[in-house]
Design a protein around this ligand. Structure first.
Ligand code: ATP
Ligand code: MG
Length: 346
């Protein structure tokens, strides 16, 4: 069986470091290992419209921002097909047929959708499109016969729902669709990176992000005002690591070589953590170190992004070609689906 990767992002804002450690970094690594037959990365504009119906301009503008973030992180159009969801009408058709295989109560039980409905104050007025987006996501994944989907932990329920749809489809109409596997980050801190405010998830919609395109001064400002242990007041106080965002970020971003470079008094992260727990290590010293780590990680990304930004028509060209290629693949699957359902009449 072919090894096919599919994943994507909603163009609701620029991408942030949570996206990077949660999914983007993994995609680039997979791409560079060259062991996939096909790789697809989708800018999910149609999905973004399900909760931004009144602001298509925001979605439109962020398509290019997300594409720039992809290229800046090292995705290459020759190896990885980057495309725009709305340009593939086959995805709507697939969703329409999958809708018959899912119950309303099953959708209501999806914990990510539940949390998102609450976050958006949709309780009394959930748009139908938003409510059913897990089905459209199943269409996105299965249209490309994806075997691997590298995403953050919040996407687990979506993958579960996709697998159920695949099983149901195959059992009713015959073996047609492929069950995908989720690929979660292996680093605990990256599963769901918290926001700079310490809130559960860094999210474009919560305004607690460090963006991949952020300028150095802004990164420093955000790191210096980051949430730590509220009971760690004086330097000599013992500190807590649980829920301490600065340490979570170090877990996610710190490489061993940064100690020799920026903090030679310590051997490694464990030693730094031990000192903090014992007391005698101030928050500011740890924040200064984290700032240097993040600056080192983000500088090459930001610089590459600025280069691509000089030629926006080229970026659109990449997306156009990618969308054409993606549509061919989706059309093949839709054909198989209609054959299986015996609704290919002519
Ligand atoms: P929105 O608020 O519009 O939903 P978002 O910030 O949640 O935006 P998405 O486009 O929904 O971003 O998510 C894109 C990908 O990034 C998904 O794979 C998701 O799991 C991952 N991701 C998003 N935020 C984080 C995070 N804080 N930590 C780890 N992974 C994340
Ligand atoms: Mg999201």
């Amino acid at each position: 069986m072919k090894k096919i990767m599919l994943t994507g992002d909603r163009p609701t804002g620029k991408l942030h470091v949570g996206h990077y450690v949660g999914s983007l970094k993994r995609r680039v690594e997979l791409q560079n290992k060259n062991d996939f037959d096909e790789m697809y990365v989708m800018i999910a504009d149609a999905q973004a419209l399900t909760d931004n119906a009144d602001d298509p301009e925001k979605v439109r503008q962020n398509i290019i921002e997300v594409a720039l973030d992809y290229l800046a992180c090292g995705l290459e159009p020759e190896k990885c097909t980057m495309f725009i969801q709305s340009q593939i009408p086959e995805l709507c058709e697939l969703s329409f047929y999958y809708m018959n295989l899912v119950t309303v109560s099953r959708l209501q039980r999806n914990p990510t959708v539940k949390a998102e409905i609450q976050m958006r104050n949709f309780e009394a007025s959930i748009p139908v499109g938003f409510f059913t987006y897990p089905i459209s996501q199943a269409a996105d994944i299965t249209a490309f016969k994806a075997t691997i989907v590298p995403v953050g932990e919040d996407q687990l329920p979506m993958l579960e729902q996709t697998k159920e749809i695949v099983r149901k489809f195959n059992s009713v109409y015959g073996e047609t669709l492929v069950e995908p596997d989720i690929l979660l980050p292996d680093n605990q801190a990256c599963l769901r990176l918290p926001g700079t405010d310490g809130k559960a998830k860094m999210s474009k919609s919560l305004g607690n992000c460090i963006y991949l395109s952020e300028e150095p001064e802004e990164i420093q400002k955000k790191v210096f005002s980051m949430f730590t242990d509220p009971e760690h007041i004086r330097v000599e106080d013992p500190g807590k690591l649980e829920g301490n965002t600065v340490f979570t970020y170090l877990d996610a971003f710190c490489r061993q070589e940064y100690f020799a470079e920026f903090l030679p008094d310590y051997e490694n992260l464990d030693e730094l953590k031990e000192h903090y727990k014992r007391g005698g290590l101030g928050d500011m010293k740890v924040k200064r170190f984290l700032n240097k780590v993040l600056q080192a990680e983000l500088e090459p990304i930001r610089n590459r992004r600025k280069e691509y930004q000089k030629d926006i028509p080229y970026v659109y060209e990449i997306l156009k070609k990618g969308s054409e290629k993606a549509e061919e693949a989706a059309a093949r699957t839709l054909h198989d689906v209609k054959e299986a359902m015996k609704i290919n009449y002519f």
